[in-house]
Design a protein around this ligand. Structure first.
Ligand SMILES: [Fe+2]
Length: 250
């Protein structure tokens, strides 16, 4: 199978973002680049070699990886990234991911309470890593410079599931309310970059949408203010092998 080519999904004078869909679970990986310093970090690398090669081909230096959460499909490339990145390569995760039994390699664990942000830097750029639990206990959403990298918390047409080990629907709802308030205060042309692309009710399967589109059209966002609508959402829990394993673990 030919390797996917990373697509430039966001480009300003200061910041460029490349996106590629990698792995058998179709994960969206994102490379965030400071154009001034040429330093880059990768969010949720599935394949570290792919991202080191892509960065080198563009003249970028890959200096770290930020993890939205610790599910295997978002962290598979981390060990190899640490090996390839060598000394100084930073892997950021939230320490609450331990609550779901995760103990994978990292170099920096954030310890913020829910809906509180930590400043993360790549080159001359500063992003916020907002703790947005619910899909997992220590899920992070990265926000800044025209992008919201939302992992498995917020997808384009809906939200992530809350029925896996460490998941919690009430926390997810609180996280989405917080993200909504943050997003409403930002320019509506900023874009949301999720961890997976799923087909929307209208049949499209976009890989990113504007904040304005997500705020207006996302089914989970639309249900946040009604207990009845929220609990009726069909994608907070599924009856599948992953959910059965989560019940065994809990
Ligand atoms: Fe996940």
């Amino acid at each position: 199978m030919p390797e996917p080519t990373a697509t430039v999904v966001h480009s300003t004078a200061a910041c460029q973002v490349l996106q590629a869909q990698l792995g058998e679970w179709d994960n969206l990986n994102h490379l965030i680049v400071c154009t001034a310093s040429k330093e880059a970090v990768v969010v949720d690398p599935f394949d570290a070699a792919y991202w080191f090669e892509t960065a080198a081909a563009h003249g970028f230096r890959l200096v770290g990886a930020w993890l939205t959460h610790s599910h295997w499909d978002h962290t598979k490339g981390i060990e190899e990234a640490l090996a390839l990145g060598g000394e100084g390569f930073e892997v950021v995760v939230h320490e609450a991911e331990r609550e779901r039994g995760w103990s994978g390699p990292h170099t920096r664990a954030l310890d913020t309470p829910p809906n509180v942000a930590t400043a993360l830097h790549v080159g001359e750029l500063t992003f916020e890593a907002i703790r947005t639990p619910g899909h997992t206990p220590g899920h992070l959403t990265f926000l800044g410079h025209g992008i919201v990298v939302s992992g498995d918390c917020l997808f384009l047409g809906r939200c992530g599931r809350a029925d896996l080990h460490g998941g919690d629907p009430a926390s997810l709802r609180s996280s989405l309310k917080h993200l909504r308030s943050r997003m409403q205060a930002l320019p509506e042309e900023w874009i949301v970059l999720p961890g997976h692309a799923y087909t929307l009710p209208d049949g499209r399967t976009p890989y990113h949408l504007t904040l304005g589109e997500v705020l207006n059209e996302n089914e989970a966002m639309a249900a946040l203010d009604s207990d009845e609508a929220w609990t009726a959402l069909p994608f907070l829990a599924f009856d599948d092998a992953l959910a059965r394993r989560a019940r065994d673990q809990s």
